[in-house]
Design a protein around this ligand. Structure first.
Ligand code: ARG
Length: 656
């Protein structure tokens, strides 16, 4: 509907402004249904632009607008709002067409593009934690919607299989491995080694940083004292500087405190302390192991080849459970052989030059350089990403690359994109689909009590266990939550439903938030039967299936009969209108890669459905024709609910 309205408005705006399309974009669904279904709010800015009264401008547009086949004659209200109410007959035609359509009324994109979605992309050999969930779940949803709309999607898992963590693991394996544990559970042992070496490195690094940090704080304090004495309290600029120095000082003190805590944690743990003392050069040596791996040292390559398959298998277990599929999983290691050439090409084209021994790309307007080769000769994350762009454009023919990566990497992506453009990749669309952090109840990044990040697998297990309790509590074997009779669930069914509800709940809780915001992980809230949760939507879907079951209605037959949906009641109409907004929702979603637009849509759809149930009897409708119409509408809503959830990677059980 929205697209149609926009194009009609664009036509009407021709001749009034040369930015017809831009103003037509300002047509929106109304917030308050008393004003109709849609509203055009461009009269103020348009009037200002062309130097005319807004209300008269709105009337001028309305006079030229050809719309009476779709809407009631538009009204100009207040200072120039144009209110639109869709004709019932038109809405009926749309909703019936959607019901007869396997694509639920969603058209394919006219000019499909090749879109690479770079998501999940964990650094292997560290256990996957809740932070990896966001990229995985958001990226998967975006890939699914893109694919459904007709783009050629390449879901690419850019696995971190070549980074410094391997140096740590190799060092750990050479010095600390527990052979038996390794034989029993290689990945578990590698994860332990990673954590151990990481802590020991942190310890020594912290100790090395301690004195300089203390020194900096002392200097800042002296500076502060002097300024405090000399600064005039009326001098605004001086007060501002003072304030800045104070906050800087506080940040430095907090950093020092965290260094001291790291050190203390080991100092108070005698066995760990003994290990730390026995390996004073561990940070440098672990880095050296990585460098040796990259230089082709035979032993380190052998170990890498031994570790990697086990790590990938562990990842695959999580993906299987989450039902996430990739078309490609070229890790960072894949691009390694291309890196020297990337750097020499940048150098030849005079885009990169040596600075302090490192090969750097300088981006105008950016103080930090983009380092493509470090002073010690090592290539970087940046170099790999440049090689990857070239590969994706030249080999995969990407028109667009979406990076679904933590917001904390936005600086990297800004520099990467600027460098890629000046390197000649200026036609491919590059977008950082950034997201915030998953927080614990305490409002800090989600950690276990021991301070470890929360493992993804145990988190999923917990959610499924909780879902099982909910399913069991709901299932008295005879009635659904509204007291309607229903068949008892078998143990197998309960297990299957619990998996769908548990995993679906976790995914949905992640997807429903504006991706840029941080959100608090709350296992109870995310599985609640009411509110904006997957459980609520899954339940709405199961409820529709329950109606069919009780009425002995076969939805496939219903579809084959093509009985017409007729809109009589207000809630019926509102539900149909929401149904017709599915396409525009998916359109808006891919515009800006925002899965929360779809969760919000489905939540509203479920709300409209509940209002409809309250007003309109379905199985007990007053006539056979109305019954058939309402069943058909319910079926369509159910199909959209199931389909929309599936685009989010969430399954919907037939009963709960
Ligand atoms: N492996 C990286 C990390 O865990 C994310 C990679 C994202 N993709 C990319 N092309 N840089 O931080």
């Amino acid at each position: 509907i929205l697209n149609l309205l926009k194009s009609r408005f664009a036509d009407a705006l021709q001749g009034i402004t040369d930015e017809a399309a831009a103003f037509a974009e300002m047509v929106k669904p109304v917030q308050d249904p008393r004003f109709g279904d849609y509203q055009a709010n461009f009269a103020m800015p348009l009037g200002k632009k062309i130097g005319a009264n807004p209300k008269e401008t709105a009337q001028r547009v309305v006079d030229k607008l050809v719309i009476t086949d779709v809407c009631h004659p538009p009204e100009v209200a207040g200072p120039g709002f144009i209110n639109l109410k869709v004709l019932n007959a038109w809405l009926e035609a749309q909703v019936n067409a959607a019901a007869d359509d396997d694509r639920l009324g969603v058209p394919l994109i006219a000019q499909p593009k090749t879109v690479v979605v770079d998501f999940s992309s964990p650094n292997v050999a560290k256990p996957m934690h809740v932070g990896h969930l966001r990229s995985t779940v958001i990226g998967d949803a975006i890939a699914r919607v893109q694919r459904f709309l007709g783009n050629k999607v390449i879901a690419d898992n850019h696995i971190g299989d070549w980074g410094t963590q391997f140096g740590m693991i190799i060092y750990g394996y050479k010095h600390f491995v527990d052979e038996q544990a390794y034989a029993r559970d290689a990945v578990g042992e590698l994860a332990r080694l990673y954590r151990l070496v990481n802590r020991l490195c942190d310890y020594h690094d912290a100790q090395a940083e301690l004195a300089p940090a203390q020194q900096e704080i002392a200097t800042a304090k002296t500076e502060l004292e002097q300024l405090e004495k000399s600064a005039d309290s009326a001098d605004k600029a001086a007060q501002k500087t003072l304030k800045k120095i104070r906050t800087d000082l506080a940040t430095k003190q907090a950093a020092l405190k965290s260094l001291q805590q790291k050190i203390e944690a080991i100092d108070t743990d005698a066995p760990l302390k003994a290990l730390a003392d026995a390996h004073p050069g561990i940070s440098r040596q672990a880095r050296e192991e990585t460098a040796q791996l990259h230089r082709g040292n035979a032993e380190n390559r052998r170990l890498w080849n031994e570790f990697l398959p086990a790590c990938l298998q562990a990842l695959q277990r999580v993906y299987d459970r989450l039902q996430i599929h990739f078309d490609l999983a070229l890790g960072e290691s894949y691009y390694d052989p291309m890196l020297p050439e990337v750097v020499s090409d940048l150098e030849q084209k005079q885009l990169a030059k040596i600075s302090d021994g490192a090969m750097c790309v300088f981006i105008p307007g950016n103080s930090a350089p983009f380092i493509v080769r470090k002073a010690d000769g090592a290539f970087t994350y940046a170099t790999t990403d440049l090689a990857t762009i070239r590969y994706r454009v030249d080999q995969l023919h990407a028109d667009e690359i979406l990076y679904v990566v933590d917001a904390r990497q936005s600086e990297h992506f800004k520099l990467l994109m600027a460098t890629a453009r000046s390197w000649g990749f200026d036609k491919v669309g590059l977008k950082h689909v950034s997201f915030g952090t998953v927080m614990g109840q305490d409002g800090r990044p989600y950690k276990t009590r021991s301070g470890d990040t929360v493992g993804l697998e145990s988190l999923l297990d917990d959610a499924v266990a909780k879902a099982r309790e909910i399913v069991a509590a709901n299932d008295d074997g005879k009635h659904d939550a509204e007291g309607n009779p229903k068949p008892e669930l078998s143990q197998e069914q309960r297990t299957e439903i619990a998996e769908m509800v548990g995993i679906g709940g976790v995914k949905y809780a992640d997807l429903m938030h504006n991706r840029e915001s941080d959100y608090i992980f709350d296992a109870d809230k995310m599985l609640a039967m009411t509110g904006n949760t997957a459980t609520y939507l899954q339940y709405a879907y199961a409820r529709i299936q329950g109606i069919f079951r009780r009425g002995g209605v076969d939805p496939t037959l219903l579809r084959a009969q093509q009985s017409k949906i007729v809109l009589r009641e207000s809630t019926e109409r509102a539900l149909a209108l929401q149904v017709c907004r599915y396409a525009e929702t998916l359109d808006a979603l891919i515009q800006d890669s925002r899965p929360n637009l779809l969760t919000a849509y489905l939540y509203d759809l479920a709300g409209c459905l509940t209002a409809f149930y309250d007003q309109c009897p379905v199985l007990k409708a007053e006539s056979e024709e109305i019954r058939a119409s309402r069943l058909r509408l319910c079926d369509l809503v159910g199909r959209i609910m199931q389909h929309g959830l599936s685009l989010l990677g969430i399954s919907a059980p037939q009963q709960m």
